[in-house]
Design a protein around this ligand. Structure first.
Ligand SMILES: Cc1ncc(COP(=O)(O)O)c(C=O)c1O
Length: 342
């Protein structure tokens, strides 16, 4: 029964241990940063800080792309931003689907008025470079190859470097979902020549939810600049950033200052900058391995072998089942590395 609004108290969540990549536990110092005073999003102090955030994200993505920023919305908005800015109506996009998030890519392609050519692999298997190679050969008119680096719904990790190389050999751009890989496993945007990559602040970066780090290569920027159709989403149209410069404040929207401001704090305190990305990835790996051990000690099994399982994700035997409920009852901790489908 609905309560009267006067009975509603300030939200007091219980302290949980979040071992999976997203949402993950937040460093106490980062939580403190959230309570610092508000400054306007056009305040010079804030604008200077945005440049620092851009620099930190470039480090996380291992890129020098000038067009690297945090979109003011969760990972799904980063996904949509990449598709709506890079895919035009009538184009053909090769989409790799080996779990839930590959299918979301298909949805995005179709909503852009383009055709999605699906390359399907079994749930739990990584994307097959052989199948991708064949699809690129069969569809020489494809403009883009889209794939998920770490498919969270199953825990499978695909070979982003090889897939990107195949795309380049066929003149295609790449759109890469790195929501649960950025900060958790090696992701080398420049070395692997990835074109549009998006992630989520709440996953392996251990920041607060609600931001989507994205980076666009110069090839991706050239494609955006050559568009013949207006981007159908006003909010996610990156043309603004192309005009004012990524990392600069878009005066047209009110940026969630607190969330963005805790990013520099997060990266300093979790050792991300001081100790390096590799060490940060190892912390994530330790958390996941602890979860995996707990899971197996309870008599359950892991679904994927260590060879194809992403080390930033837990691959329980029930990829389609909400693991939070059984885990919460066994260990009193939620392990939220899987998706609800039941
Ligand atoms: C691989 C992948 N892509 C996209 C998303 C969507 O991100 P968000 O929930 O931040 O919108 C998720 C979320 O779990 C994900 O794991």
């Amino acid at each position: 029964m609905a309560r009267s609004i006067s009975d509603i108290q300030s939200f007091q969540p219980v302290a949980r241990t979040l071992m999976g990549p997203g949402p993950s536990d937040i460093y106490p110092a980062v939580l403190q940063a959230l309570s610092r005073p508000t400054v306007g999003h056009l305040d010079p102090l804030f604008i200077a800080m945005m440049d620092e955030v851009k620099q930190l994200l470039q480090y996380a993505f291992q890129t020098e792309n000038p067009f690297t920023l945090a979109i003011s919305a969760p990972g799904s908005a980063g996904m949509e931003a990449c598709f709506v800015n890079l895919v035009e109506p009538g184009e053909k996009v090769i989409v790799c689907r080996n779990g839930v998030f590959g299918d979301r890519m298909r949805e995005n392609v179709e909503r852009c008025g383009a055709t999605a050519v699906m390359v399907d692999d079994a749930w739990g298997a990584p994307v097959s470079p052989e199948k991708v190679k064949q699809a690129l050969k069969d569809h020489p008119d494809a403009s883009t190859l889209a794939f998920v680096h770490a498919e969270t719904s199953t825990g499978a990790c695909s070979d982003a470097q090889t897939l990107a190389r195949l795309a380049r050999e066929h003149g295609c751009l790449t759109i890469v979902d790195a929501v649960t890989s950025l900060g958790g496993v090696p992701l080398k945007v420049d070395e692997w020549q990835l074109d549009a990559v998006y992630s989520g602040s709440q996953k392996c970066l251990s920041c607060v939810p609600g931001l989507s780090p994205v980076t666009f290569s110069s090839r991706a920027v050239a494609k955006m600049q050559a568009r013949t159709h207006k981007v159908q989403s006003w909010f996610l149209d990156q043309a603004w950033c192309l005009v004012i410069g990524a990392g600069k404040v878009n005066a047209a929207i009110t940026i969630p200052r607190r969330s963005i401001a805790c990013m520099p704090c997060m990266s300093l305190y979790c050792g991300f900058i001081k100790k390096g990305l590799k060490t940060h990835g190892n912390v994530i790996k330790t958390c996941i391995n602890t979860s995996k051990r707990g899971w197996m000690n309870s008599g359950s099994r892991l679904w994927l072998s260590r060879l194809i399982g992403c080390r930033s994700l837990m691959q329980s035997l029930f990829p389609m089942v909400w693991t939070m409920r059984p885990c919460a009852s066994i260990y009193s901790i939620p392990i939220t590395s899987k998706l609800v489908l039941d």
